[in-house]
Design a protein around this ligand. Sequence first.
Ligand code: DHB
Length: 368
Amino acid sequence: LAQADTFKIGLILPMTGQQATTGRQIEAAARLYMAQNGTTVAGKKIELIVKDDTSLPDVTKRLAQELVVNDKVNVLAGMGITPSAMATAPIATQSKTPLVVMAAATSSITQASPYIVRTSFTLPQASVALADWVPKNGIKKVVTLVSDYGPGLDAEKYFKERFIFNGGEVTESLRVPLRNPDFAPFLQKVRDAKPDALFVFVPSGAGAAVMKQFLERGMDKAGIKLIGTGDITDDDQLNDMGDGALGVVTSHHYSAAHPSAMNKAFVEAFEKANKGLRPNFMAVGGYDGMHVIYDALKATKGQGGGDALLAAMKGQLFESPRGKIFIDAQTRDIVQDIYLRKVEKKNGGLYNVEFDVIKDVKDPGKNK
Ligand code: DHB
C-alpha cells in the first residue's frame, strides 16, 4: 500500500525482560481493539508496528527515532516504564508526533512534551484515595516501600502527605532499586519495625515477588497489613499469589472484576483471544489508547498531521472497561474514577473486588 493510504502506529513496549508482562498485556489489548473495530478507519489501513525496547530507555529512544524517520509513523505509543516515556518525549516534540502513553504513570510525564497524551493513570491519582481510606480503618502507623524511581517517588510522596494530613504517621520510607530488586532485607526491617501496615508500590510484574516474601516472613501473622496501589495485586499475577493475598486492600483505576457490562465483555473477549490470560490495568491502558487514536483519526477524516491528531485527542470522553474516562484538554492527562478494592475469591479465582469509588479524579500532581 502507498504511504498515503496507510496510518502507522509505532507501538514501543517491553516485550522481554523484567517488564515483559506489560508488553504482552498491551500488545494483546491493541490487537483485540483492532480485531473488534476493524483495520480501516477514515479510508486508511491501520498498520501496527510493535517494537521491543526491553525497557531500556536508550533503546526506546532509538526505536522511536527509527519509527519516525524510517517508517514515518503517524503516532507513537506504548511506553512501559517512566524512563522510556521521558527519553522519547523530545522525539515526539521535535517531530510533532503524538505520543500516547499507555503504561508509564509518573505525574510529570505529560509535562515532558506537549505531544504526550496519557491513557494509563498517575501514581498520585491512585495513592491519595488510599491515604484517605487507611486512617479511617484502624491503620495509624505505616512504613512505605517503593521502587526507587519516578512512580515510586510519586506514590511515596502523595500517600505520605495525605496520610499525615489525615493524622497518620509514616515511621520509615524505604526505597528498593527498580532493576533486580531484592526485597528481603527491606521486609526484614519492616517486620522489626512492626507498623500497622506496609504501603507498597512496585511496577507491574513485581507484585507477586513482594507478596511471596511478605507471606514467607509471616508478616501478616505478625499483624502487619499489606496495602498499596493496585500495581501490587496486578490482575496479570493475582490468581497465582495464593490465599495469603485475600483481604489485601489497594486503590487503583482498573480491576478485571469491575462489574460493568462493557468490562465483562472486554474480559471475556481478551481471555478468549489470549488462552485465558486475564487482562490487567496495562491492557486497559492499551485498549483505551487505541480508542483515542482511532477516534482522532476519524475526527480528522484521515487528513490530519500530528497537530490535528493531537487536537482531536484532547478532550475525548468515552466509556472504557474501567468506567468513564476523559482526556483533559489542558493537561492531556487522564481523568478517571479511582476504586478501593479488596482481594476476594470469586468464581474460584482471586480478584480485586471494588467496594468504594472516588469519581472523576484528576492527577493531584498537576495542582502544584
Ligand atoms: C510504571 C510502571 C509500571 O509497571 C507501573 O505499574 C506503574 C508505573 C512506570 O514506570 O511509570
